[in-house]
Design a protein around this ligand. Sequence first.
Ligand SMILES: Cc1cc2nc3c(=O)[nH]c(=O)nc-3n(C[C@H](O)[C@H](O)[C@H](O)COP(=O)(O)OP(=O)(O)OC[C@H]3O[C@@H](n4cnc5c(N)ncnc54)[C@H](O)[C@@H]3O)c2cc1C
Length: 285
Amino acid sequence: MKNNITRFCFPTTAREAAGLMARLGPRAVTVAGGTRHTRTISPTVETVVDVSDLPLKHIKADKAGLRIGALCTIDSLEKSPLLARWAGGVIARTAGMGSNALARVMGTVGGNVVRPHPYNNLPAVFLALGAQAVFTDGKREKTMPFAEMLAGQNMLLFGHKHLLTEVRVPAATKSWAACAERLSLTKSSWGSYAQVVVALDLKGGVIRKAAIAVSAVLPKAARMTKAEWVLEGRPANEEAAREASAEVVEELDRMTAGSASRAYGRHTAGVLTRRALMEAFGSRP
Ligand SMILES: Cc1cc2nc3c(=O)[nH]c(=O)nc-3n(C[C@H](O)[C@H](O)[C@H](O)COP(=O)(O)OP(=O)(O)OC[C@H]3O[C@@H](n4cnc5c(N)ncnc54)[C@H](O)[C@@H]3O)c2cc1C
């Protein structure tokens, strides 16, 4: 592939990397695992800012919750003993759903969530767990809800002016019941993917809080708030799961304006919601 790259930079801190991004603008490209760059480098780019060696590969927990470094590979999430114990292991399970072993070993959390294809796995799980995105603009560290990062204009700043450094998941979710489901016709049949992540705060068999995130069927992962309301305050049983899954299909119908090409995805997301809820209900008394 022809390109105009003449320089590679290897910053040693996140601040330095974001400073380079801000200074060089469209003349630079930021590369983490590099799995999305193979065919997409613009001819304006002269400098590669290689962030792959920044010390952002941690997966740890403190009082506030989980802290996942933006440069963790997807494979390291799948294999993390800490994540296997968090919210029923839903982050590890979701990471393991990636279609391609090489992309899981090379691809990073940051690259997966800041430039997500609709079928990328991780945005939905972080949305369902109410995560926060931590980033730097080269001057100071800032935090915003993960959902806000995914929304509209914000997203365009990541990779250009903002470097994502960490994803934080609230401590309360550690004991939540959660489950992720994903289905497609074949592993590389992208158009047919549907993915659902459910995360529930259950006590004594009653759903105190519910989060349902759907991806692949929509251009961006999104929470299904109406279906979540259907669940909250109710016993965790099959009737609740059926009603919530019907609401997910209706919500998706509205969000996709009844598009015929999305009918399979909407139907599949409904089935996966019911299945994920039943599995999550079964994982807690
Ligand atoms: C064959 C194949 C199959 C795949 N299958 C799946 C799948 O089934 N499920 C799935 O979820 N994904 C899948 N992927 C996508 C893959 O997971 C992503 O491409 C990967 O996570 C991107 O991470 P990266 O580190 O390689 O990003 P890069 O390619 O290095 O960067 C991607 C973009 O993100 C920006 N960026 C990277 N890190 C940061 C950061 N910390 N802060 C700000 N901006 C940043 C870069 O500037 C760039 O614009 C697949 C990819 C391939 C090639």
